[in-house]
Ligand binder design. Sequence first.
Ligand SMILES: *[C@@H]1O[C@H](CO)[C@@H](O)[C@H](O)[C@H]1NC(C)=O
Ligand SMILES: *[C@@H]1O[C@H](CO)[C@@H](O)[C@H](O)[C@H]1NC(C)=O
Ligand SMILES: *[C@@H]1O[C@H](CO)[C@@H](O)[C@H](O)[C@H]1NC(C)=O
Ligand SMILES: *[C@@H]1O[C@H](CO)[C@@H](O)[C@H](O)[C@H]1NC(C)=O
Ligand SMILES: *[C@@H]1O[C@H](CO)[C@@H](O)[C@H](O)[C@H]1NC(C)=O
Ligand SMILES: *[C@@H]1O[C@H](CO)[C@@H](O)[C@H](O)[C@H]1NC(C)=O
Ligand SMILES: *[C@@H]1O[C@H](CO)[C@@H](O)[C@H](O)[C@H]1NC(C)=O
Ligand SMILES: *[C@@H]1O[C@H](CO)[C@@H](O)[C@H](O)[C@H]1NC(C)=O
Length: 844
Amino acid sequence: MRRSIVLIVLYQITGYLASNQRFVDDMARYLTVGYEVVDNFNNTWRTFDGKLTLGNTGPDIPIGNATSWSLHFCHTRLFEPDNIRPGGVDLAETGLRVFHLNGCLHKMTPTVSFVGLPKNGQLVIPFRAADWEVARTDIMPNWYLTAPNAQPRTIDVTSGYRLDWVAAFVRPNQYKRQDYDRYQPYKASDRYNTWSYENPGTFKQLIPTPHAEELDTAKTMDIRGVDWLVVANQDSLTPEAKFLAAKLDTVAVNSSQAPASKAILLDLDNSLTQPESYTVDSDCDDQLVKIKGHDRAGVFYGVQTVLSLATNDGGVPHGRVTDQPRFPYRGWHVDVARNFRPKDDILKLVDAMAMYKLNKLHLHLTDDEGWRLEIPGLPELTQVGGRRCHDESGQQCIMPQLGSPPGVGTNHGTGYYTVNDYKEILQYANDRHIEVIPEFDMPGHAHAAINAMLARYRNYISINKTAAEEFLLSDIDDKSEYISVQYFTDNAINPCLDSTYAFVKHLIGEVKGIHSTIQPLTVFHFGGDEVPEGAWVNSTACNDLSSSASYLKEAFVLNVTAIADDAGLDLAGWEDGFTKHEGSAVVLMDRDAFPMKNVYGYVWNNVWEWGNGERAYVMANENYTVVLSHATHLYFDHPYEPDPEDRGYYWATRMTSVQKVFGYMPDSIYSNIAVDRMGNILTEDEICSQYNCTKLDPGQERNIIGIQGQVWSETVRTSENFDYMAYPRLLALAERSWHKASWESIDDVTERERQMSADWQNFATTLGKKELLRMDKMGVLYAIRPPGAWLDGATNELKAVVEYPGLPIWYSVDDSKTWSVYKPGTTLKSEDLCTTNMIILVTR
Ligand SMILES: *[C@@H]1O[C@H](CO)[C@@H](O)[C@H](O)[C@H]1NC(C)=O
Ligand SMILES: *[C@@H]1O[C@H](CO)[C@@H](O)[C@H](O)[C@H]1NC(C)=O
Ligand SMILES: *[C@@H]1O[C@H](CO)[C@@H](O)[C@H](O)[C@H]1NC(C)=O
Ligand SMILES: *[C@@H]1O[C@H](CO)[C@@H](O)[C@H](O)[C@H]1NC(C)=O
Ligand SMILES: *[C@@H]1O[C@H](CO)[C@@H](O)[C@H](O)[C@H]1NC(C)=O
Ligand SMILES: *[C@@H]1O[C@H](CO)[C@@H](O)[C@H](O)[C@H]1NC(C)=O
Ligand SMILES: *[C@@H]1O[C@H](CO)[C@@H](O)[C@H](O)[C@H]1NC(C)=O
Ligand SMILES: *[C@@H]1O[C@H](CO)[C@@H](O)[C@H](O)[C@H]1NC(C)=O
C-alpha cells in the first residue's frame, strides 16, 4: 500500500515510473549490441544481409516479457525492405518486431512471443536491409531504449562516437557493394605505387598557383616583426592593412607616416581591370613590398600572397606576382543541418577559405534533421527544430536522427546560431571578402521546419486559431503517403497553403534584415532538391490546383520566386529545384519565368551513368547561372579511399582523393568521366553515345561562374570529423577554382595525365613542406593517408612513401612498442621480417 503511494507521487513529480526507469537504466547498462554486415552479394539487387546480436551481460536484468520497451536506432538503409508498412515487420523467430518511424529512425519492440534474454544470453537477429553497407560509418551510434513513462537511455556500448561494436569489413562481400564492384581497400603497396613520384616535386611558391610570378628565390627578406610597417595608402584599405599588420606582429599606419623602407604599401590600382586582381612587387634592395589591387578584395588577396610568401624559407623572395582569379565564384558549402557545427568551427573555416582565396561560404542551414538559424518571430524553428531528442509529441524537439542520442543536452544533432552568432560569422566573413550564402531548403528536406511549425500550431490552437495557422507549413488533413530519399514521410512543405508563403515572406524579411548592416543579402537560396514523389497529391488544400506533384512544385518555386523578387533578391537552388516533369521527361523550367537578373543553379547530380552529366551545360545554355558542385568530384562527405574504415557516404563515387579534386577540369566537364560508381572504367565516348552530352553553346561560358566543394554532414559529428573531410581537399579545390592549369587544355589524354601528375607532385610536395605546417598553426586536423610501403625481398630494404613528400614516416617492428624514423635506404633485419605486425605511421 505504502509503496504504491510512493510510486504514484514519484510519477506525478517526475513523469517517470520508477520501475520502468530502473528497467531502462539497467538494460542500457547491460545490453550489448553487435552489428555485422554479413553479405552484400546474397541478393540480386539492392538489399543486403546483416546480423544483429543482442546480449545480456547483466547480473540479473529483467529483460523478460515486458512488451512495452523499445530499442530505437538509426539505420540509414531501410531496415527490412517491406518496412514502410505502418504495422512493422516481424523479425522471424526472435519475438521482435521492427518499425520504420521517420528518416533513419527505426524501433524494435518485443511481441507476445518474445521469450526474453536471460543472463549471459544472446539473441541473434538476422536482417535484410536496403542497398548495401561497405563502410563502418554507414552505421550510426547511440542506439537507445525507451519504456512508457521512463526517460530514454542510450545503450552504453553504442554511446558517444564509438563504432567498435560494428564488426570489421574483411571479406569482399562485406567491403564491396556487389560482386562487380571493383574497389578493394588499398594495401601499403597500392599506395606505394600511387605515390612513388618520379621526381622530387618542385616546391610551388604559392597555393593557389598565381596567374604569373617572377620570383628570385635566391634573394629573400624577412618582413615579419615590428621594424616593418604596413601602410594603407587609401583610407578604404585600413581594414586590409590592419589585417596584415596583425598577422605580421606589427602595426598599420597611414601614407603620411610611411617610412622609406621596411614597409608594405597597400594601394588600389585602376589599371588592373579584373575584379579581385592584384600585383605584389617585392624589392629586397629597397626593402619594400607593394601590394596593388583592382579593388579591396584584390588587395586582400595580395595580402594573403605576401603572408604565404613570408612563411617560405628565408621569407619573401624578390620579384613580382601578377594574379587574378579564374572564376568569380569560389565556394565552400557546409551542411550544418544534418549535424551542427558550432560557430567557432565556421570561423576557423572562414580563415582557411580566406588564406586560399575562396570567396563564397554556402551555409546549408536547414534540412530534415535540423533548423540552425534563429528567426525572430518564429522561435519554434530553433527551439524545436534546432534540437534533437526523443519526444514523440514533437513539441520539444525533433526525434533523433543520424545517431544523435535521446537526450536534449549537447549533442551533434542539437544547436543553432543565434542572430548574434550569425552576425558574428557574417562580419568575420565579410572582413575576409567572403560572401555568406544562407540556404533554407524547401519544399523538400523540410521535416524540421514542418515539425516546428506544427508545434507552434499546437501551442496556439486553443488560444488563437489565426496565430496557430499563420505560418503552418503542412496541411493537417493531408493523407498523401510518400517517402523521401532519406526515408522521411513528412518533409515536403505544402505549396497550396497561404501560410507557407507567409512563412517564406517572413523568413526572407528577417534574413535580409540580419544581413542588412553587415553584408546585404543578394540572393535567396531555397534548395529545391529532391522533392519526394507523391507529396501533396491527396492534400485537400491542393485539390483545386492540381494533383501533379511536379506541377505543384513548379507552382511553389514560382510563388517563392515572386517573394524573392519583391525583396529585390536573386534566386538560387540545387539543379533539381528548377526541373519539372513533361510526360516522362525531366526538363528545365523556363528561364523566362524568373524575373530576376540571376538564377543560380548548383549542379550536383552528375553521376555519369545516370545520364544527367550534361545538366551544367543545359542550364548554362538556358541562361541559368551555374555553380559546378559535381558530386563525383566535389562532394567532400565522400571517402578519400575505398576503405571500409574511411569516413563517409559513397553514393556518387566510392572515393575522392585530394589528387582527384586537383585533377578536376571545370572547363571541360565530360573530360572528367573516368570511372562509374563501382570503379569500372568509363569513357567520354561510352557515356556520350548512350546519353546526350549537350555542349556548351558559344558565349555561354560566362554563365558558369565557378566551382564549389560540399561537405555534407550525415557522418560528420565532431570538429575533427569535419576537418578530416574538408582538408586538404579545400586546398585542391582552391587551386582549381583560382588557377587554370595548362594541362587542362591538352586533348591527348595520356599527355594530359602525365602533365597533371607532374603538377600534382609539385602541389603535394608544397603541401608536405609548407601548407600543412600552416594548417597545423591554425589547429586544423587535416586528413593524412597512411603511407605506402614496399619491402624489397632481395635486399630487405624498406621503401616507404607518403602522399605529401616531406612528412616524416615512422615505423615499428615490435607491435608499436618502439618506433624509428624511416629514411630511404633503411633495411630491416631478417628477424624483424618475421614480425607480422609491422606498422608504419606518418606523423607531424
Ligand atoms: C542468403 O539469402 C537466403 C534467402 O534468400 C538466406 O536463407 C540465407 O541465409 C542468406 N545467406 C546469408 C549468408 O545471409
Ligand atoms: C512475465 O513477467 C512477469 C513479471 O516479471 C512474470 O511474473 C510472468 O511469469 C511472466 N510471464 C511469462 C509468460 O513469462
Ligand atoms: C588613417 O587615418 C584615418 C583617419 O585619420 C583613420 O580612421 C585610419 O584608421 C587610419 N588608418 C590607419 C591604417 O592607421
Ligand atoms: C490572434 O493572432 C493574430 C495573428 O498573430 C493576431 O493578429 C490577433 O491579434 C490575435 N488575436 C487575439 C485575440 O489575440
Ligand atoms: C491518394 O489517394 C488515393 C485514393 O485514396 C490513393 O489510392 C493513393 O494511393 C493516394 N496517393 C498518395 C500518394 O497518398
Ligand atoms: C501560388 O501559385 C499558384 C499556382 O500558380 C497560385 O494559384 C497561387 O495563388 C499562388 N499562391 C500565392 C500565395 O501566391
Ligand atoms: C541568353 O541571354 C542572352 C543575353 O541576354 C540572349 O541573347 C540569349 O538569347 C539568351 N538565351 C536564351 C536561350 O534565352
Ligand atoms: C537528346 O537530345 C535530342 C535532341 O536535342 C532530344 O530529342 C532528346 O530528347 C534528348 N534525349 C534526352 C534523354 O535528353
